[in-house]
Design a protein around this ligand. Structure first.
Ligand code: SAM
Length: 277
């Protein structure tokens, strides 16, 4: 297994296959984003898993809390791609990523180019250590990785042209707006009405305007911006409904005769075979 992981030709081929898949799915449209996916070795950010898992279009779960809730992951390539497209990173941009893991920070570093800068912050010291290790190993040691509660941004490195948030938020804290350059963009998975959508906001003359929204699923924000609970019980659940929730939470709320079928980063409600209508 280790020999396969360490075989550069296999990793290059796996990256090319994943990139082709993301283009075919419509997650990647910009050729600069495609080039970044071709270059960044995802397997170095998900140690101990086989190449086939490292280059599948799937999330890799990295850490759970004491109740078994996932609190850290390396995100699914297709949602990463969609968010990078939403962010429209330009060469020379200074980007803040909130919620680290290393992989997305490396992609951001590719997109910002030699004149750009990337700062990434995670609240969890284990994640900070893992992200740093992966970035160094993959040759992106000029990405600044620090432990911080992203609710307050990273004022020391501000201002930012782009703020890319990779953890579910319930609001846009003032710090993000304060630390954004005029005309800058924030891309954030926002929890609204029981569903999570990655929304791109652009700063226009002192206010934020949303320009796109895509359904997604992310782990929940910890720290000062944490929200007490998921709002699954308020959801009207019907067959075919698309949900972006922690599956084990909604499972208990479903009426008898229904179950969840995973569709990439969301879930679809389906009637169990044989259950009446
Ligand atoms: C989905 S993971 C990030 C994935 C990562 N960007 C990647 O490259 O795949 C979400 C991360 O957000 C972190 N997080 C949660 N609350 C946070 C907060 N308030 N500030 C910063 N990071 C936070 C978690 O520790 C977790 O590692």
């Amino acid at each position: 297994m280790a020999a396969r992981r360490d075989d550069p030709a296999r990793a290059v081929a796996a990256r090319a296959k994943l990139t082709r898949h993301l283009i075919a799915e419509g997650a990647i449209r910009d050729e600069r984003v495609a080039a970044a996916f071709q270059r960044v070795p995802r397997h170095l950010f998900v140690p101990r898993v086989p190449l086939r898992v490292a280059y599948a279009d799937d999330v890799v779960l990295m850490k759970r809390d004491a109740e078994g809730m996932v609190i850290s992951s390396v995100s699914q390539p297709s949602i990463i791609a969609v968010m990078l497209e939403q962010a429209a990173i330009r060469p020379g941009d200074h980007v803040l990523e909130i919620g680290s893991g290393g992989y997305n920070a490396a992609l951001l570093r590719e997109l910002t180019g030699p004149a750009g800068r990337v700062t990434t912050a995670d609240i969890d010291p284990d994640v900070v250590g893992r992200a740093r290790e992966g970035l160094t190993c993959a040759g992106y040691d000029d990405v600044r990785v620090l432990q911080a509660d992203g609710e307050f941004g990273v004022p020391g490195d501000a201002p930012y042209d782009r703020i890319v948030v990779t953890v579910t938020a319930w609001d846009i804290p003032p710090a993000w707006v304060d630390q954004l350059r005029p005309g800058g963009r924030i891309v954030v998975p926002l929890r609204l009405g029981g569903q999570t959508r990655s929304i791109a906001f652009e700063e226009v003359e002192g206010h934020l305007e949303s320009s796109s929204a895509v359904m997604c699923g992310f782990v929940n924000m910890q720290g000062a911006g944490a929200h007490p609970d998921d709002d699954v019980p308020e959801l009207a659940v019907w067959e075919g409904a698309e949900l972006s929730v922690q599956a084990h939470r909604v499972g208990a709320e479903l009426p008898p005769g229904f179950h969840l079928v995973r569709r990439h980063h969301t879930f679809t409600v389906r009637r169990l075979a044989g259950a009446g209508s």
